[in-house]
Design a protein. Structure first.
Length: 171
């Protein structure tokens, strides 16, 4: 019985990730596409957690949703020539419904994991062990992620440059 609930949550969040990824292609407003992408990345983080990789799920949330998507949203908001970048509330019903489902799934996962702690041995991970793991065994993955963040930052600065008005010369 419990296995079928986890399977249902996995397939539901996978379906949400697939649906929002397809929706990104068809929306006309840039901000809506960014919201759909954030929901898709959050659904993938839930899938990573259910597949047994909580560290990858947290990194997905922190790096992609917390850093790269903020850069995209920042670029959309500073782009003065794009009038379609503003959010119109009536068109956000589907993302709000999907985000609500993902939040409910996350709350359920946290609640169930807290209730079933007697079966899982909990070990504290000190910063030294985490640092040795990240910069030892996972060194290449950390470097790839940091390079991706740097490229995203440079891309936002490059794409925003034509929209920044030149400074007026003081006489």
């Amino acid at each position: 019985m419990e296995s079928s609930i986890w399977d249902f949550i996995f397939y539901l969040s996978s379906g949400i990730a697939l649906g929002t990824s397809i929706a990104i292609i068809f929306v006309k407003q840039a901000m809506h596409a960014a919201v759909y992408l954030i929901i898709s990345l959050l659904a993938l983080a839930i899938d990573f957690y259910l597949l047994g990789s909580p560290l990858l799920a947290v990194l997905q949330i922190i790096l992609y949703i917390g850093a790269i998507m903020i850069l995209y949203v920042f670029f959309i908001m500073i782009n003065p020539q794009d009038d379609t970048a503003y959010i119109h509330r009536p068109h956000l019903t589907l993302p709000i419904i999907l985000l609500s489902i993902l939040i409910l799934e996350s709350c359920y996962l946290i609640l169930i994991s807290q209730l079933n702690t007697h079966n899982i041995p909990i070990t504290a991970l000190d910063p030294k062990v985490l640092g040795l793991a990240l910069f030892g065994h996972y060194k290449i993955a950390v470097e790839v992620v940091s390079s991706l963040l740097l490229v995203a930052l440079i891309a936002v600065m490059y794409l925003a440059k034509p929209f920044i008005p030149p400074k007026s010369k003081l006489k």
